[in-house]
Design a protein around this ligand. Structure first.
Ligand code: ATP
Length: 249
């Protein structure tokens, strides 16, 4: 079990750039996640955070720049190969297979990403992963019957089925009510306590303050700040980016 971040980088991004036509959505961004760390990727709407996650997870190909995961260059690799290396993600709009049970959802992920597992191991692992995210007793429930937070838990279980070293969470806490938010924050913290490294795109400030070891802030595709949550959230450039006004006056 890892309780403190160690120095080995699990993710190293340098000069990452991707344009859509004339719009440079991610512009020469550098970012490092050390092993055991939770790094927040912040910024106002449209600043390029989801595009950055899409580039890291192989959903999109970068125009230039490098992405190293656990020391291996992964830029431009197809998403399924990156996932099999142990880099998992959740999506801003929850993606679960609604026509399937919770257990089948997780087993589908296990069968695809860990095809060497025997049938019994797949069943046991799916059951354990559902317990792990707080879905005990829901193995046979249809995913379409789940509440919103339970859908999020199921998507997390599917991501954990990859046995990831790094987890990318794209606004996983968005839309939760205050009591669900506390549960969600504790669940993410418990993953870190087990040694998982996490890159977290998030707008919920309480979550950022309580979970993140460090934050990188983007605006208009560029990295504008990096530091501890309290430091970056007090940075005038960050306040200006979020509020759209200068704080110099
Ligand atoms: N596939 C695409 N084609 C064209 N433009 C895109 C595409 N994806 C993203 N963009 C544009 O790139 C910019 C960055 O978008 P992105 O979704 O990465 O921002 P974000 O920081 O994740 O925003 P939010 O917090 O609202 O999710 C935006 O101007 C967006 O409209």
């Amino acid at each position: 079990m890892t309780t403190a971040a160690s120095s080995a980088p699990v993710l190293e991004i340098a000069g990452l750039t991707r344009a859509f036509g004339g719009l440079v959505a991610v512009n020469a961004v550098d970012l490092v996640v050390h092993s055991g760390e939770i790094v927040g990727l912040l910024g106002p709407n449209g600043s390029g955070k989801t595009t950055a996650l899409n580039l890291v997870s192989g959903v999109l190909r970068p125009d230039s720049g490098s992405i190293r995961f656990a020391g291996q260059a992964i830029q431009g690799m197809p998403a399924y190969r990156i996932a099999r290396l142990g880099l998992a993600r959740t999506f801003q709009l929850v993606r679960v297979l609604n026509g399937m049970s919770c257990a089948e959802n997780v087993k589908a992920g296990l069968a695809f990403h860990r095809p060497h597992l025997a049938r019994g191991e797949i069943d046991d692992t799916a059951h354990r992963l559902l317990q792990r995210v707080g879905l005990s007793g829901r193995d046979g429930f249809s995913a379409s019957e789940l509440t919103y937070i339970d859908c999020k838990r199921l998507e997390l279980a599917r991501a954990l089925a990859l046995k990831p070293r790094l987890l990318l969470l794209d606004e996983w806490l968005a839309g939760l009510n205050p009591s669900e938010l506390l549960i969600g924050i504790e669940l993410i913290r418990s993953l870190k306590d087990e040694g998982l490294s996490i890159l977290l795109v998030e707008h919920v400030m309480d979550a950022i303050r309580s979970l993140c070891d460090r934050c990188v802030v983007m605006n208009s595709g560029r990295r504008i700040a990096e530091g501890r949550p309290d430091e970056v959230l007090a940075d005038p450039a960050v306040v200006e980016a979020y509020l759209g006004v200068s704080t110099d006056a």
